[in-house]
Design a binder for this molecule. Structure first.
Ligand SMILES: Nc1nc2c(c(=O)[nH]1)N[C@H]1C(S)=C(S)[C@@H](COP(=O)(O)OP(=O)(O)OC[C@H]3O[C@@H](n4cnc5c(N)ncnc54)[C@H](O)[C@@H]3O)O[C@H]1N2
Ligand code: MOO
Length: 421
């Protein structure tokens, strides 16, 4: 496939649409997991309540269970005390219901309401005198009782499928007695660095070489995004080696293949050729900064992303393109990327017509607003700008000179861990 046969230098909207279309035709396998392993996982089937919550009428307070009609019939007079009922204890050992109806039964919060009673008076609203209970506050029939099924009714759908699970969701599922649930398998991602100059941290680095920072940063980001990452050894910029690796990827069962480096104009930038001959290029280069030489395509069953090697470009394209793809294949296409509006605390000049993603640091103000500053030099080699940042500031193609005090769009990094544990 020659470069004339696929789209080149397309704009951001076309590029993201292409990625989302390709990702939305993909699907993940299903698996059952223990609840303790399900944080951030996406439900593959809805959760239907197998029981009601509560399952039985129980007391909302520590106090006394009484029969309201009996209490009225004795003109709010004193009642003898029955034996107490504690949470977790079945009342079947207690007195007969007819007898209980004429007495006051001490009940604890969460305890079964004794048969024959229908109302609970808080301990603080009554006093025991001479073995009898005297109630000194007005009483309303059925007060302080959690009725069976008042929170959740058996058969009710409590969580719909295609929902990412929070800690609260897991608590809800546990309250229904379920120990395992069906979720989508984590997207399997092959991550591969290319570059003759790359050296793993901890190894000696000679002149002209650089430490590989992308493996660490991108694998952790992908894990934050809920992916299962298979990190490959660094590959040299060798046409034959790259071609054979692409042939292996073609036959593997990865959902995503993410490579880094070798997608620009250099004499050893082999990746676009390897993709064209082993798979399909969907587009090469998009009008964004950083990340212009991004390469996207299909390689076997996998969606392929050839990220530019500069660390900031790799980070940004992962955020802008791989993250939406991960959401799509998890059936969460409506989710994000999340965009907030913030006040820019300085001038920013953009001298091109590309969409630009600037590393920024936002803060919440005491008045409840959001303000953002630019994190120093924006060179795409400067990893420190990512470390200092907690968001990307997005400047659209047409925005040029943005003044201090103007409102801008920001994308918080925190959203990237939406699917991670
Ligand atoms: N003539 C042109 N040259 C370049 C263009 C262009 O349009 N015309 N685009 C520039 C842009 S923009 C980018 S971004 C880079 C992307 O190039 P590649 O994707 O081919 O990446 P490499 O050349 O392999 O590496 C670029 C840079 O990043 C360093 N790098 C690569 N991998 C890692 C890693 N794992 N950890 C740390 N650093 C890494 C590498 O050493 C290079 O310094 O191309 C421009 N050139
Ligand atoms: O577009 Mo490149 O990604 O600026 O360095």
């Amino acid at each position: 496939m020659s470069s004339a046969e696929y789209p080149q230098s397309i704009n951001f909207s076309q590029a993201i649409k292409t990625v989302q279309q390709a990702a939305s035709s993909m699907s993940l396998q299903l698996e059952w997991v223990d609840l303790s392993q399900a944080l951030g996982r996406v439900l593959a089937s809805s959760i239907v309540a197998p029981i009601s919550i509560p399952e039985f009428d129980c007391s909302r307070m520590d106090g006394y269970a009484i029969n309201f009609d009996h209490f009225n019939s004795i003109n709010h007079g004193r009642m003898k005390l029955s034996s107490p009922v504690f949470a977790g204890i079945n009342q079947s050992g207690c007195e007969q219901a007819e007898l209980v109806a004429t007495m006051a039964t001490p009940v604890m919060t969460g305890a079964l309401i004794p048969a024959g009673t229908d109302t609970v008076v808080m301990k603080e609203h009554a006093a025991v005198e001479g073995g009898e209970l005297k109630i000194d506050q007005p009483v309303i029939k059925r007060q302080n009782i959690r009725q069976a099924g008042s929170d959740i009714k058996k058969g009710q759908v409590v969580l719909k499928k295609n929902h990412a699970l929070s800690a609260g969701d897991l608590g809800l599922i546990a309250s229904l007695g379920l120990a395992q649930i069906e979720v989508y398998s984590k997207p399997k991602v092959a991550l591969l660095m290319t570059g003759d100059e790359l050296v793993a941290p901890g190894q000696p680095c000679s002149k002209g070489q650089v430490y590989d920072s992308n493996s660490m940063m991108l694998s952790k980001l992908l894990e934050q995004m809920g992916c299962q990452v298979y990190l490959h050894n660094i590959l040299l910029d060798d046409e034959t080696l790259i071609d054979s690796q692409f042939k292996r990827f073609h036959d593997d069962d990865f959902d995503l293949v993410v490579t880094v480096g070798g997608v620009s104009m250099g004499d050893k930038d082999w990746l676009p050729f390897a993709l064209a001959s082993n798979g399909k290029v969907l587009f090469h280069k998009t009008h964004i900064k950083p990340g212009f030489p991004l390469l996207v395509g299909k390689l076997g069953q996998a969606l392929f992303f050839g990220l530019p090697g500069n660390p900031v470009s790799a980070f940004t394209t992962l955020f802008q393109f791989v993250y939406p793809a991960v959401l799509c294949i998890n059936q969460l296409s409506k989710q994000v990327p999340l965009v907030w509006r913030a006040e820019l605390l300085q001038d920013y000049s953009k001298k091109h017509m590309k969409r630009e993603f600037v590393r920024g640091h936002y803060n919440m103000t005491a008045a409840g607003g959001i303000e953002v500053v630019v994190c120093g030099g924006q060179q795409s080699s400067r990893v420190q700008s990512i470390a200092e940042a907690n968001c990307l500031i997005v400047f659209n193609e047409s925005q040029q000179d943005v003044k201090q005090g103007e409102r801008v769009s920001i994308q918080p990094f925190s959203q990237l861990s939406y699917l991670g544990a």
